[in-house]
Design a binder for this molecule. Sequence first.
Ligand code: FAD
Ligand code: SF4
Ligand code: SF4
Length: 463
Amino acid sequence: MPNMSLTKTPVAEQEPLVRNKNFQEVTLGYTPQEAMEEAQRCLHCKNRPCVEGCPVNIHIPEFIAKVAEGDFKAAYEIISDTNALPCVSGRVCPQESQCESRCVRGVKGEAVAIGRLERFVADWYLKNVVAAPQKPTQNGIRVAVVGSGPAGLTCASDLAKKGYEVTVFEAFHTAGGVLVYGIPEFRLPKAIVQSEVDKLGALGVEFRLDVVVGRTITIDELMEEGYKAVFVGSGAGLPLFMGIEGENLAGVYSANEYLTRVNLMKAYREDYDTPLRKSKAVAVVGGGNVAMDAARCAKRMGAEKVYLIYRRGEEEMPARREEIDHAKEEEIDFRLLRNPVRILGDERGRVCQIECVEMQLQAPDESGRRVPKEVPGSNFFLDVDIVIMALGTSPNPLIRSTTPGLETNRRGCLVVNEETMQTSREGIYAGGDAVTGAATVILAMGAGKKAAEAMDEYLQKQK
Ligand code: FAD
Ligand code: SF4
Ligand code: SF4
Protein backbone atom coordinates (compact mmCIF):
# COMPACT_ATOMS: atom_id res chain seq x y z
CA MET A 1 0.00 0.00 0.00
CA PRO A 2 1.69 3.32 -1.08
CA ASN A 3 2.13 6.19 1.35
CA MET A 4 -0.53 8.66 0.12
CA SER A 5 0.70 11.67 2.13
CA LEU A 6 0.43 14.81 -0.03
CA THR A 7 3.65 16.20 1.39
CA LYS A 8 7.24 15.00 1.35
CA THR A 9 8.60 13.31 4.45
CA PRO A 10 10.33 16.24 6.18
CA VAL A 11 14.11 16.26 6.47
CA ALA A 12 16.02 17.54 9.49
CA GLU A 13 17.93 20.82 9.13
CA GLN A 14 20.16 22.86 11.43
CA GLU A 15 18.29 25.76 13.04
CA PRO A 16 18.71 28.95 10.92
CA LEU A 17 20.24 31.13 13.65
CA VAL A 18 22.64 28.37 14.66
CA ARG A 19 23.70 27.40 11.14
CA ASN A 20 24.33 30.98 10.00
CA LYS A 21 27.35 30.94 12.32
CA ASN A 22 28.92 27.66 11.20
CA PHE A 23 29.95 25.91 7.97
CA GLN A 24 28.49 22.50 8.79
CA GLU A 25 25.91 21.05 6.44
CA VAL A 26 22.49 22.75 6.62
CA THR A 27 20.34 19.78 5.58
CA LEU A 28 21.04 16.65 7.59
CA GLY A 29 19.53 14.00 5.29
CA TYR A 30 17.01 11.21 5.84
CA THR A 31 17.35 8.39 8.35
CA PRO A 32 16.80 4.88 6.88
CA GLN A 33 13.28 4.92 8.36
CA GLU A 34 12.40 8.28 6.81
CA ALA A 35 13.85 7.22 3.45
CA MET A 36 11.75 4.05 3.38
CA GLU A 37 8.65 6.03 4.34
CA GLU A 38 9.26 8.57 1.53
CA ALA A 39 10.05 5.82 -0.99
CA GLN A 40 6.60 4.40 -0.35
CA ARG A 41 5.09 7.57 -1.88
CA CYS A 42 6.31 6.46 -5.35
CA LEU A 43 3.55 4.96 -7.54
CA HIS A 44 6.04 3.22 -9.92
CA CYS A 45 4.38 4.77 -12.96
CA LYS A 46 4.73 2.61 -16.07
CA ASN A 47 5.65 5.56 -18.35
CA ARG A 48 8.27 6.85 -15.83
CA PRO A 49 7.89 10.63 -16.49
CA CYS A 50 10.44 11.45 -13.77
CA VAL A 51 13.21 9.65 -15.70
CA GLU A 52 12.71 11.95 -18.70
CA GLY A 53 13.24 14.93 -16.41
CA CYS A 54 16.68 13.68 -15.33
CA PRO A 55 19.51 14.78 -17.66
CA VAL A 56 21.36 11.49 -16.98
CA ASN A 57 18.21 9.32 -17.04
CA ILE A 58 18.63 7.61 -13.67
CA HIS A 59 16.26 4.62 -13.34
CA ILE A 60 14.28 6.47 -10.68
CA PRO A 61 11.29 4.19 -9.92
CA GLU A 62 13.59 1.15 -9.83
CA PHE A 63 16.02 2.65 -7.31
CA ILE A 64 13.14 3.98 -5.20
CA ALA A 65 11.57 0.50 -5.12
CA LYS A 66 14.81 -0.85 -3.64
CA VAL A 67 14.83 1.92 -1.01
CA ALA A 68 11.24 1.02 -0.05
CA GLU A 69 12.42 -2.60 0.46
CA GLY A 70 15.37 -1.42 2.57
CA ASP A 71 17.88 -2.78 0.02
CA PHE A 72 20.01 0.38 -0.11
CA LYS A 73 23.01 -1.31 -1.73
CA ALA A 74 20.92 -2.44 -4.70
CA ALA A 75 19.44 1.09 -4.90
CA TYR A 76 22.98 2.51 -5.08
CA GLU A 77 23.98 0.11 -7.83
CA ILE A 78 20.99 1.24 -9.93
CA ILE A 79 21.81 4.94 -9.45
CA SER A 80 25.53 4.58 -10.09
CA ASP A 81 24.85 2.79 -13.36
CA THR A 82 24.09 6.18 -14.95
CA ASN A 83 25.38 8.73 -12.43
CA ALA A 84 29.06 8.96 -11.45
CA LEU A 85 28.52 11.49 -8.61
CA PRO A 86 25.27 10.68 -6.77
CA CYS A 87 26.39 12.19 -3.42
CA VAL A 88 26.82 15.45 -5.31
CA SER A 89 23.71 15.51 -7.51
CA GLY A 90 21.45 14.37 -4.65
CA ARG A 91 22.51 17.58 -2.85
CA VAL A 92 22.84 20.28 -5.49
CA CYS A 93 20.64 19.27 -8.44
CA PRO A 94 17.76 21.68 -9.13
CA GLN A 95 15.40 18.71 -8.67
CA GLU A 96 12.29 20.91 -8.55
CA SER A 97 12.78 21.89 -12.20
CA GLN A 98 14.06 18.47 -13.35
CA CYS A 99 13.04 14.96 -12.19
CA GLU A 100 10.64 16.16 -9.49
CA SER A 101 8.89 18.60 -11.85
CA ARG A 102 7.63 15.57 -13.84
CA CYS A 103 6.55 13.43 -10.88
CA VAL A 104 2.83 12.58 -10.98
CA ARG A 105 2.59 12.93 -7.19
CA GLY A 106 3.30 16.63 -7.79
CA VAL A 107 -0.02 17.09 -9.61
CA LYS A 108 -1.93 16.99 -6.32
CA GLY A 109 0.51 17.65 -3.53
CA GLU A 110 4.31 17.48 -3.46
CA ALA A 111 6.48 15.38 -5.76
CA VAL A 112 8.32 12.35 -4.37
CA ALA A 113 11.55 13.66 -2.78
CA ILE A 114 13.74 12.03 -5.45
CA GLY A 115 16.80 14.19 -4.69
CA ARG A 116 16.66 13.52 -0.94
CA LEU A 117 16.34 9.77 -1.60
CA GLU A 118 19.28 9.84 -4.01
CA ARG A 119 21.38 11.66 -1.43
CA PHE A 120 20.35 9.21 1.30
CA VAL A 121 21.33 6.18 -0.82
CA ALA A 122 24.68 7.67 -1.87
CA ASP A 123 25.55 8.68 1.72
CA TRP A 124 24.47 5.29 3.06
CA TYR A 125 26.74 3.54 0.56
CA LEU A 126 29.68 5.78 1.35
CA LYS A 127 29.30 5.06 5.06
CA ASN A 128 28.51 1.36 4.93
CA VAL A 129 30.21 -0.21 1.92
CA VAL A 130 33.98 -0.23 1.75
CA ALA A 131 34.56 -1.30 -1.82
CA ALA A 132 37.14 0.45 -3.99
CA PRO A 133 36.11 0.16 -7.64
CA GLN A 134 37.98 -2.51 -9.61
CA LYS A 135 40.64 -1.02 -11.87
CA PRO A 136 39.76 -2.12 -15.43
CA THR A 137 42.41 -3.61 -17.71
CA GLN A 138 43.91 -0.66 -19.56
CA ASN A 139 43.99 -0.60 -23.38
CA GLY A 140 47.11 1.59 -23.70
CA ILE A 141 45.27 4.50 -25.36
CA ARG A 142 45.95 7.82 -23.61
CA VAL A 143 43.26 10.46 -23.24
CA ALA A 144 43.58 13.91 -21.65
CA VAL A 145 40.83 15.71 -19.74
CA VAL A 146 41.22 19.44 -19.11
CA GLY A 147 39.45 20.53 -15.91
CA SER A 148 38.25 18.44 -12.98
CA GLY A 149 34.73 19.82 -12.52
CA PRO A 150 31.67 17.57 -12.88
CA ALA A 151 32.01 17.48 -16.70
CA GLY A 152 35.67 16.42 -16.60
CA LEU A 153 35.22 13.96 -13.72
CA THR A 154 32.28 12.22 -15.43
CA CYS A 155 34.07 12.00 -18.77
CA ALA A 156 37.24 10.69 -17.06
CA SER A 157 35.27 8.13 -15.06
CA ASP A 158 33.39 6.74 -18.09
CA LEU A 159 36.56 6.55 -20.23
CA ALA A 160 38.57 4.90 -17.43
CA LYS A 161 35.82 2.28 -17.01
CA LYS A 162 36.19 1.52 -20.74
CA GLY A 163 39.93 0.90 -20.23
CA TYR A 164 41.49 4.19 -21.44
CA GLU A 165 44.53 5.67 -19.68
CA VAL A 166 43.06 8.97 -18.55
CA THR A 167 45.00 11.97 -17.24
CA VAL A 168 43.10 14.93 -15.79
CA PHE A 169 44.89 18.31 -15.94
CA GLU A 170 43.62 20.79 -13.33
CA ALA A 171 44.70 24.42 -12.86
CA PHE A 172 43.94 24.46 -9.11
CA HIS A 173 45.76 22.47 -6.41
CA THR A 174 42.59 20.45 -5.65
CA ALA A 175 40.31 18.51 -8.01
CA GLY A 176 36.55 19.13 -8.17
CA GLY A 177 35.99 22.43 -10.03
CA VAL A 178 33.09 24.51 -8.73
CA LEU A 179 32.19 21.61 -6.43
CA VAL A 180 35.23 22.53 -4.31
CA TYR A 181 35.92 26.19 -5.03
CA GLY A 182 32.38 27.55 -5.46
CA ILE A 183 29.62 25.60 -3.73
CA PRO A 184 30.12 26.12 0.02
CA GLU A 185 30.88 23.41 2.58
CA PHE A 186 27.45 23.88 4.23
CA ARG A 187 25.70 22.76 1.01
CA LEU A 188 28.25 20.21 -0.24
CA PRO A 189 30.91 18.94 2.18
CA LYS A 190 34.31 18.80 0.49
CA ALA A 191 35.12 15.38 1.99
CA ILE A 192 32.29 14.00 -0.13
CA VAL A 193 33.70 15.49 -3.33
CA GLN A 194 37.14 14.13 -2.40
CA SER A 195 35.71 10.64 -1.92
CA GLU A 196 34.25 10.80 -5.45
CA VAL A 197 37.64 11.97 -6.79
CA ASP A 198 39.36 9.12 -4.91
CA LYS A 199 37.06 6.62 -6.66
CA LEU A 200 38.41 7.86 -9.99
CA GLY A 201 41.95 7.40 -8.69
CA ALA A 202 41.07 3.80 -7.88
CA LEU A 203 39.85 3.37 -11.48
CA GLY A 204 43.35 4.36 -12.65
CA VAL A 205 42.71 8.04 -13.51
CA GLU A 206 45.83 10.17 -12.96
CA PHE A 207 45.37 13.75 -11.69
CA ARG A 208 47.97 16.39 -12.59
CA LEU A 209 47.18 19.38 -10.40
CA ASP A 210 48.49 22.97 -10.72
CA VAL A 211 48.71 22.59 -14.51
CA VAL A 212 47.13 25.42 -16.51
CA VAL A 213 46.49 24.07 -19.99
CA GLY A 214 47.23 26.84 -22.48
CA ARG A 215 50.01 28.17 -20.26
CA THR A 216 51.97 25.24 -18.74
CA ILE A 217 51.24 23.09 -21.80
CA THR A 218 48.96 23.52 -24.82
CA ILE A 219 46.39 21.06 -26.16
CA ASP A 220 48.48 20.56 -29.31
CA GLU A 221 51.53 19.74 -27.17
CA LEU A 222 49.43 17.19 -25.25
CA MET A 223 48.51 15.55 -28.56
CA GLU A 224 52.17 15.55 -29.62
CA GLU A 225 52.97 13.82 -26.30
CA GLY A 226 50.73 10.93 -27.33
CA TYR A 227 47.24 11.78 -26.04
CA LYS A 228 44.93 10.50 -28.76
CA ALA A 229 41.91 12.62 -27.79
CA VAL A 230 41.22 15.54 -25.43
CA PHE A 231 38.09 16.53 -23.50
CA VAL A 232 37.84 20.20 -22.52
CA GLY A 233 35.75 20.71 -19.37
CA SER A 234 37.30 23.99 -18.30
CA GLY A 235 34.07 25.60 -17.09
CA ALA A 236 33.10 29.27 -17.13
CA GLY A 237 35.17 30.88 -14.41
CA LEU A 238 35.67 34.41 -15.79
CA PRO A 239 33.59 36.82 -13.67
CA LEU A 240 31.54 39.71 -15.04
CA PHE A 241 31.53 43.16 -13.43
CA MET A 242 29.07 46.05 -13.75
CA GLY A 243 31.55 48.64 -15.01
CA ILE A 244 30.51 51.18 -12.35
CA GLU A 245 32.73 53.67 -10.49
CA GLY A 246 34.59 52.21 -7.51
CA GLU A 247 34.80 48.56 -8.65
CA ASN A 248 38.61 48.67 -8.27
CA LEU A 249 38.50 49.65 -4.57
CA ALA A 250 39.95 47.30 -1.93
CA GLY A 251 37.09 45.17 -0.64
CA VAL A 252 35.33 44.61 -3.99
CA TYR A 253 35.38 40.93 -4.94
CA SER A 254 33.90 38.82 -7.71
CA ALA A 255 31.77 36.07 -6.16
CA ASN A 256 34.22 33.52 -7.61
CA GLU A 257 37.19 35.09 -5.86
CA TYR A 258 35.33 35.51 -2.57
CA LEU A 259 33.97 31.95 -2.61
CA THR A 260 37.36 30.51 -3.63
CA ARG A 261 39.02 32.20 -0.65
CA VAL A 262 36.31 30.97 1.71
CA ASN A 263 35.86 27.41 0.35
CA LEU A 264 39.01 26.25 -1.40
CA MET A 265 41.43 28.33 0.67
CA LYS A 266 39.41 27.71 3.87
CA ALA A 267 39.33 31.34 5.08
CA TYR A 268 36.63 30.30 7.58
CA ARG A 269 39.04 28.06 9.48
CA GLU A 270 41.29 29.48 12.14
CA ASP A 271 44.10 27.07 11.28
CA TYR A 272 44.33 28.59 7.75
CA ASP A 273 45.97 31.94 7.08
CA THR A 274 43.91 32.96 4.03
CA PRO A 275 43.70 36.73 3.55
CA LEU A 276 40.09 37.94 3.48
CA ARG A 277 38.97 41.34 4.66
CA LYS A 278 37.09 41.16 7.98
CA SER A 279 33.81 42.97 7.59
CA LYS A 280 30.78 44.21 9.48
CA ALA A 281 28.50 44.86 6.51
CA VAL A 282 28.53 43.22 3.07
CA ALA A 283 26.61 43.97 -0.12
CA VAL A 284 26.15 41.08 -2.55
CA VAL A 285 24.92 42.08 -6.00
CA GLY A 286 22.91 39.48 -7.98
CA GLY A 287 19.96 37.10 -7.67
CA GLY A 288 21.24 33.64 -8.65
CA ASN A 289 22.52 30.65 -6.66
CA VAL A 290 26.01 32.15 -6.66
CA ALA A 291 24.71 35.34 -5.01
CA MET A 292 22.88 33.27 -2.36
CA ASP A 293 26.05 31.26 -1.63
CA ALA A 294 28.17 34.41 -1.36
CA ALA A 295 25.66 36.11 0.96
CA ARG A 296 25.30 33.05 3.20
CA CYS A 297 29.10 32.66 3.38
CA ALA A 298 29.52 36.35 4.26
CA LYS A 299 27.06 35.93 7.14
CA ARG A 300 28.95 32.89 8.40
CA MET A 301 32.23 34.81 8.12
CA GLY A 302 30.86 37.12 10.84
CA ALA A 303 29.24 40.06 9.02
CA GLU A 304 26.49 41.60 11.17
CA LYS A 305 24.60 42.83 8.11
CA VAL A 306 24.48 41.20 4.68
CA TYR A 307 22.44 42.95 1.95
CA LEU A 308 21.42 41.14 -1.20
CA ILE A 309 20.87 43.73 -3.91
CA TYR A 310 18.92 42.60 -6.97
CA ARG A 311 17.48 44.75 -9.72
CA ARG A 312 14.33 42.70 -10.28
CA GLY A 313 11.80 41.15 -7.86
CA GLU A 314 11.81 37.84 -5.97
CA GLU A 315 9.72 36.09 -8.64
CA GLU A 316 12.34 36.90 -11.27
CA MET A 317 15.28 35.63 -9.19
CA PRO A 318 17.12 32.80 -10.98
CA ALA A 319 18.21 31.17 -7.68
CA ARG A 320 16.57 27.93 -6.50
CA ARG A 321 13.56 28.44 -4.22
CA GLU A 322 15.24 26.44 -1.46
CA GLU A 323 18.34 28.69 -1.57
CA ILE A 324 16.22 31.85 -1.39
CA ASP A 325 14.26 30.49 1.60
CA HIS A 326 17.42 29.35 3.37
CA ALA A 327 19.07 32.75 2.82
CA LYS A 328 16.06 34.62 4.22
CA GLU A 329 15.86 32.33 7.26
CA GLU A 330 19.55 33.08 7.87
CA GLU A 331 18.82 36.83 8.10
CA ILE A 332 20.12 37.95 4.72
CA ASP A 333 18.52 41.35 4.08
CA PHE A 334 16.95 41.23 0.58
CA ARG A 335 16.93 44.64 -1.13
CA LEU A 336 14.91 43.84 -4.25
CA LEU A 337 14.22 46.25 -7.14
CA ARG A 338 17.45 48.04 -6.26
CA ASN A 339 20.61 48.47 -8.34
CA PRO A 340 24.11 49.79 -7.47
CA VAL A 341 25.34 52.84 -9.39
CA ARG A 342 28.61 53.61 -7.54
CA ILE A 343 30.91 52.22 -4.85
CA LEU A 344 32.53 54.77 -2.56
CA GLY A 345 35.90 54.44 -0.80
CA ASP A 346 37.57 55.95 2.26
CA GLU A 347 40.85 57.90 2.25
CA ARG A 348 42.81 54.58 2.12
CA GLY A 349 40.99 53.35 -0.98
CA ARG A 350 38.82 50.83 0.88
CA VAL A 351 35.10 50.32 0.28
CA CYS A 352 32.93 52.26 2.76
CA GLN A 353 29.56 52.75 1.02
CA ILE A 354 27.51 51.61 -1.94
CA GLU A 355 25.14 53.98 -3.73
CA CYS A 356 22.02 52.38 -5.20
CA VAL A 357 18.86 53.40 -7.02
CA GLU A 358 15.35 51.99 -6.89
CA MET A 359 14.08 50.15 -9.97
CA GLN A 360 10.65 49.55 -11.48
CA LEU A 361 9.74 46.62 -13.70
CA GLN A 362 8.49 47.42 -17.21
CA ALA A 363 6.87 45.16 -19.84
CA PRO A 364 8.77 41.94 -20.72
CA ASP A 365 11.37 42.07 -23.52
CA GLU A 366 11.79 39.40 -26.25
CA SER A 367 13.35 37.00 -23.69
CA GLY A 368 10.06 37.15 -21.72
CA ARG A 369 11.65 38.79 -18.63
CA ARG A 370 10.34 42.11 -17.32
CA VAL A 371 12.83 44.91 -17.92
CA PRO A 372 14.00 46.87 -14.83
CA LYS A 373 14.19 50.67 -15.19
CA GLU A 374 15.75 53.21 -12.79
CA VAL A 375 13.43 55.45 -10.77
CA PRO A 376 14.99 58.92 -11.23
CA GLY A 377 16.08 60.64 -8.00
CA SER A 378 15.63 57.51 -5.83
CA ASN A 379 19.34 57.21 -4.93
CA PHE A 380 20.28 55.98 -1.44
CA PHE A 381 23.44 54.81 0.35
CA LEU A 382 24.29 51.72 2.40
CA ASP A 383 27.34 51.56 4.70
CA VAL A 384 29.31 48.45 3.70
CA ASP A 385 32.94 47.39 3.82
CA ILE A 386 32.80 44.53 1.28
CA VAL A 387 30.99 44.38 -2.08
CA ILE A 388 30.65 41.01 -3.84
CA MET A 389 29.65 40.99 -7.50
CA ALA A 390 27.67 37.85 -8.42
CA LEU A 391 26.54 38.85 -11.90
CA GLY A 392 27.46 35.73 -13.88
CA THR A 393 30.55 34.31 -15.54
CA SER A 394 31.83 33.36 -18.98
CA PRO A 395 34.52 30.88 -20.18
CA ASN A 396 38.13 31.96 -19.77
CA PRO A 397 39.63 32.71 -23.25
CA LEU A 398 42.96 30.95 -22.48
CA ILE A 399 42.18 27.59 -24.13
CA ARG A 400 40.55 28.96 -27.24
CA SER A 401 43.34 31.52 -27.72
CA THR A 402 46.07 28.86 -27.51
CA THR A 403 44.37 26.15 -29.60
CA PRO A 404 44.19 27.13 -33.29
CA GLY A 405 40.99 26.15 -35.08
CA LEU A 406 38.74 25.93 -32.00
CA GLU A 407 35.48 27.63 -32.89
CA THR A 408 33.65 29.69 -30.24
CA ASN A 409 30.38 31.65 -30.25
CA ARG A 410 29.95 35.35 -29.43
CA ARG A 411 29.77 34.54 -25.69
CA GLY A 412 33.18 32.85 -25.90
CA CYS A 413 31.72 29.33 -25.44
CA LEU A 414 33.20 26.43 -27.42
CA VAL A 415 31.03 25.32 -30.33
CA VAL A 416 30.39 21.55 -30.45
CA ASN A 417 28.40 19.04 -32.45
CA GLU A 418 25.52 18.40 -30.02
CA GLU A 419 25.37 14.69 -30.86
CA THR A 420 29.04 13.94 -30.23
CA MET A 421 30.35 16.97 -28.26
CA GLN A 422 33.23 17.18 -30.76
CA THR A 423 34.57 20.71 -31.23
CA SER A 424 35.59 22.15 -34.60
CA ARG A 425 38.91 20.22 -34.18
CA GLU A 426 39.01 16.46 -34.78
CA GLY A 427 39.84 14.56 -31.59
CA ILE A 428 39.03 17.52 -29.30
CA TYR A 429 35.75 17.28 -27.44
CA ALA A 430 34.16 19.65 -24.91
CA GLY A 431 31.23 19.90 -22.50
CA GLY A 432 29.85 21.56 -19.38
CA ASP A 433 29.95 25.29 -18.71
CA ALA A 434 32.78 25.75 -21.27
CA VAL A 435 30.14 24.99 -23.93
CA THR A 436 26.86 26.17 -22.38
CA GLY A 437 28.08 29.08 -20.23
CA ALA A 438 27.19 28.93 -16.51
CA ALA A 439 24.61 26.11 -16.12
CA THR A 440 24.21 23.17 -13.72
CA VAL A 441 26.21 20.29 -12.29
CA ILE A 442 23.99 17.60 -13.77
CA LEU A 443 24.03 19.15 -17.27
CA ALA A 444 27.83 19.23 -17.09
CA MET A 445 27.84 15.57 -16.03
CA GLY A 446 25.43 14.67 -18.86
CA ALA A 447 27.76 16.38 -21.35
CA GLY A 448 30.84 14.58 -19.97
CA LYS A 449 29.01 11.29 -20.36
CA LYS A 450 27.89 11.95 -23.92
CA ALA A 451 31.41 13.03 -24.90
CA ALA A 452 32.95 9.86 -23.39
CA GLU A 453 30.67 7.69 -25.57
CA ALA A 454 31.60 9.60 -28.72
CA MET A 455 35.32 9.66 -27.86
CA ASP A 456 35.28 5.89 -27.41
CA GLU A 457 33.67 5.45 -30.81
CA TYR A 458 36.22 7.82 -32.41
CA LEU A 459 39.22 6.16 -30.74
CA GLN A 460 38.10 2.66 -31.65
CA LYS A 461 37.93 3.73 -35.32
CA GLN A 462 41.51 5.12 -35.11
CA LYS A 463 42.99 1.77 -34.06
P1 FAD B 1 33.70 23.63 -13.45
O1 FAD B 1 33.01 23.02 -12.31
O2 FAD B 1 33.82 25.10 -13.51
O3 FAD B 1 35.15 22.99 -13.53
C1 FAD B 1 36.10 23.45 -14.46
C2 FAD B 1 37.48 23.12 -13.95
O4 FAD B 1 38.42 23.39 -14.98
C3 FAD B 1 37.91 23.99 -12.76
O5 FAD B 1 38.40 23.17 -11.73
C4 FAD B 1 39.01 24.90 -13.33
O6 FAD B 1 40.00 25.21 -12.37
C5 FAD B 1 39.57 24.00 -14.43
N1 FAD B 1 40.23 24.76 -15.50
C6 FAD B 1 39.79 25.88 -16.13
N2 FAD B 1 40.66 26.26 -17.07
C7 FAD B 1 41.68 25.36 -17.02
C8 FAD B 1 42.90 25.24 -17.74
N3 FAD B 1 43.22 26.12 -18.70
N4 FAD B 1 43.72 24.22 -17.42
C9 FAD B 1 43.40 23.32 -16.45
N5 FAD B 1 42.25 23.40 -15.74
C10 FAD B 1 41.41 24.41 -16.03
N6 FAD B 1 24.84 23.99 -10.20
C11 FAD B 1 23.88 23.18 -9.70
O7 FAD B 1 23.44 22.26 -10.39
N7 FAD B 1 23.41 23.32 -8.43
C12 FAD B 1 23.90 24.27 -7.60
O8 FAD B 1 23.45 24.37 -6.47
C13 FAD B 1 24.92 25.13 -8.07
N8 FAD B 1 25.46 26.07 -7.28
C14 FAD B 1 26.51 26.81 -7.74
C15 FAD B 1 27.13 27.69 -6.86
C16 FAD B 1 28.22 28.42 -7.29
C17 FAD B 1 28.89 29.36 -6.32
C18 FAD B 1 28.68 28.31 -8.63
C19 FAD B 1 29.87 29.13 -9.10
C20 FAD B 1 28.06 27.46 -9.50
C21 FAD B 1 26.98 26.69 -9.07
N9 FAD B 1 26.35 25.78 -9.90
C22 FAD B 1 25.37 24.96 -9.41
C23 FAD B 1 26.79 25.61 -11.30
C24 FAD B 1 27.69 24.39 -11.44
O9 FAD B 1 28.59 24.32 -10.38
C25 FAD B 1 28.41 24.41 -12.78
O10 FAD B 1 27.44 24.47 -13.81
C26 FAD B 1 29.28 23.15 -12.97
O11 FAD B 1 30.24 23.05 -11.94
C27 FAD B 1 29.97 23.17 -14.32
O12 FAD B 1 30.85 22.07 -14.38
P2 FAD B 1 32.11 22.05 -15.35
O13 FAD B 1 32.76 20.73 -15.13
O14 FAD B 1 31.70 22.42 -16.72
O15 FAD B 1 33.05 23.24 -14.86
FE1 SF4 C 1 16.90 14.16 -10.17
FE2 SF4 C 1 19.31 15.23 -10.47
FE3 SF4 C 1 19.07 12.81 -9.39
FE4 SF4 C 1 18.56 13.16 -11.99
S1 SF4 C 1 20.53 13.39 -10.96
S2 SF4 C 1 17.33 11.97 -10.54
S3 SF4 C 1 17.65 15.25 -11.99
S4 SF4 C 1 18.31 14.72 -8.52
FE1 SF4 D 1 7.46 7.51 -8.73
FE2 SF4 D 1 6.89 10.09 -9.29
FE3 SF4 D 1 8.44 8.71 -10.93
FE4 SF4 D 1 5.84 8.12 -10.75
S1 SF4 D 1 6.73 10.02 -11.54
S2 SF4 D 1 7.56 6.67 -10.83
S3 SF4 D 1 5.47 8.54 -8.59
S4 SF4 D 1 8.91 9.23 -8.80
